[in-house]
Write a protein that binds this ligand. Structure first.
Ligand code: HEC
Ligand code: HEC
Length: 153
């Protein structure tokens, strides 16, 4: 199960943040057998994305943020089924901004590094690490030697 989540998270990461040509080649290691209706409200992902690739991307989100689908997707109060096309939840709007931000970090900034390795990409998990809001990083106390002297005035 952990392996499955991990591999779909990786696939999702490469799907969302690679070029469209890469997208067309990628195929999920683990086929998801949920029958999903054709998406009607995609604004960031390619509109012709396959159902398997869409689900791999979504499972990447849940794994990276440590949440369930309904963290971003509105649930019908009567049927308790998620309405995936609805934009009612602000978290879904935030997620779209995050998707564009991550695409820009990779496509604009990292890609412009002279020695950028193809394997080094920022994904949702790079920052979120299983948390819906990333935790602040606190550097561990330095172990060796006294702190450097204050700069000379
Ligand atoms: C972190 C937020 C987030 C989580 C968690 C999430 N989704 Fe999504 N989902 C989105 C966003 C954002 C879109 C729209 C993407 C776009 O505009 O290209 C979307 C779109 C979809 C769509 C297409 C809807 C349509 O008709 O346009 C489906 C289906 C879907 N998600 C299913 C799921 C499932 C199933 C899960 C749980 C496994 C899930 N999502 C978890 C953010 C999320
Ligand atoms: C560069 C670091 C970074 C990356 C990459 C990143 N996020 Fe975030 N994300 C943040 C930070 C920081 C916040 C908190 C922003 C705030 O509170 O104003 C946040 C907040 C969010 C929230 C709102 C959580 C809430 O409680 O409302 C969602 C949803 C989200 N991110 C989804 C995503 C998704 C999906 C991806 C990948 C497509 C992603 N993030 C990639 C840093 C990142």
């Amino acid at each position: 199960m952990l392996r499955t989540n991990l591999s779909s998270a990786l696939i999702a990461a490469s799907l969302v943040f690679s070029s469209v040509s890469l997208l067309a080649q990628a195929s999920p290691a683990n086929q998801m057998h949920h029958e999903m209706p054709k998406p009607t409200n995609l604004k960031v992902l390619p509109k012709n994305i396959s159902g398997d690739d869409l689900m791999a991307t979504m499972h990447g989100f849940t794994g990276s943020l440590g949440v369930h689908c309904t963290f971003c997707h509105e649930e019908d109060s009567k049927t308790h089924h998620p309405n995936f096309a609805s934009d009612a939840k602000p978290e879904k709007a935030t997620a779209r901004i995050m998707m564009r931000m991550t695409q820009n970090i990779n496509g604009r900034y990292l890609a412009s590094l002279p020695d950028h390795g193809d394997m080094h990409k920022v994904t949702c998990g790079t920052c979120h690490r299983g948390n819906s809001t990333p935790k602040d990083f606190v550097a561990p106390p330095e172990k060796h030697g006294p702190p450097p002297p204050p700069p000379a005035k």
